[in-house]
Design a protein around this ligand. Structure first.
Ligand code: ADP
Ligand code: F6P
Length: 334
């Protein structure tokens, strides 16, 4: 299983701070717990910053004790709360944030969030010299430098639980259902869910989709007497309402599709065992890397090994969706 880093402690740490930012994801709480306990075990004081960068820029932080993180390993969401903070895109504001950290004698900051939050983390350390380590926390799995982000596995399993139920109705009524999963810019959730639920088709923002080919395969199925029940998994994509538009187009072609938008249900709930272990390992490793003098990196997991990637690379590179996954769903359906 995972080998945790053993590194020389070259940077003395008296106090560190941590925050969760962007869309919440199941596993953020176990990460908060792991960071807090790993640091306290080393005699390092820990400050939890409330509401992500919104709390950082006003110095809204509380010292965390071991009992503050008791009983959270199994809880979704984040006890630190999360937020989107447009003001943090301003370098002047980031400079003020660094001053606040210095006033509190914070020696290092750990940021748990998606690619936007990690971009903010990179800029903060580059501009101000505050040591910063990032952890990939988003259900979308669209962060370069890690196989899975914290929360992805739980979101996939939550979607599957719902879709397995929808399929019962789809089969009973011989009906097609379009099920929309999250993923504004990426189809990682849709691809994973699509394969695991035996979807007839997966529609993702990364690849062009042709309505005609969907109608053709539905008509073909009916012609072979297979019935026309099925699940089409749709990633929400950048423009809201895609799934309803698709349903309307299918109706115009004589189909009668049901629509289910899974929405924020995918962001909540108890983290899976996988997400709890992943976030615990990444959280503890973040403290180790901070103590070893590292900064401006994200800690991830690649091929079951803890990995580090410069935040600059995380910011610049895109984790591409494996096209084979999308094709595999269609292949296995035939
Ligand atoms: P996620 O971290 O889940 O990708 P967002 O993209 O909404 O979510 O980013 C979360 C927060 O990270 C933003 O509200 C902002 O505070 C910060 N952030 C995002 N992009 C930048 C940026 N280019 N510069 C500085 N901060 C940023
Ligand atoms: O956390 C990422 C994400 O789930 C995206 O897939 C989705 O588009 C977005 O958050 C929606 O979040 P909100 O409703 O908080 O803007």
């Amino acid at each position: 299983m995972y080998r945790l880093p053993e590194l020389e402690k070259t940077r003395p740490l008296n106090a560190i701070a941590l925050l969760t930012s962007g869309g919440d994801s199941p596993g953020m709480n176990p990460a908060v717990r792991a960071i807090t306990r790993a640091a306290l075990n080393q005699g390092i004081q820990v400050f939890g910053i409330n509401r992500g960068y919104s709390g950082l820029i006003i110095g809204d932080m509380t010292e965390l004790t071991s009992s503050d993180v008791t009983n959270i390993v199994q809880r979704g969401g984040t006890i630190l709360k999360s937020d989107r903070c447009l003001a943090f895109k301003d370098p002047v504001v980031r400079n003020q944030a660094a001053e606040i950290l210095k006033e509190h004698s914070i020696d290092g900051l750990i940021v748990i969030g998606g690619d936007g939050s990690l971009t903010g983390a990179h800029l903060l350390t580059q501009e101000t010299g505050i040591p910063v380590i990032g952890l990939p926390g988003t259900i979308d799995n669209d962060v370069y430098g890690t196989d899975d982000t914290i929360g992805f596995d739980t979101a996939v399993n939550t979607a599957l639980e719902a879709i397995d139920k929808i399929r019962d109705t789809a089969v009973s009524h011989e009906r097609i259902f379009l099920v929309e999963v999250m993923g504004r810019d990426s189809g990682h959730i849709a691809a994973q869910v699509g394969i695991a639920c035996g979807a007839e088709m997966i529609i993702v923002p990364e690849y062009e989709f042709k309505l005609e080919s969907l109608c053709f395969s539905l008509a073909n199925e009916r012609a072979t007497g297979k019935g026309s029940s099925g699940i089409i998994v749709v990633a929400e994509g950048p423009r809201p309402g895609l799934t309803y538009r698709l349903a309307q187009q299918l109706q115009e072609q004589g189909e009668n599709p049901g629509v289910c938008i899974l929405g924020h249900i995918q962001r909540g709930g108890r983290p899976t065992g996988h997400d709890r272990v992943l976030s615990s390992c990444l959280g503890a490793s973040a403290v180790t890397y901070l103590q070893a003098g590292y900064s401006d990196i994200m800690i991830g997991m690649i091929n079951n090994q803890i990995s580090i990637t410069p935040l600059q690379e995380v910011m610049e590179k895109k984790k591409s969706l494996n096209p084979q996954l999308v094709e595999l769903a269609q292949l296995l359906h035939k």
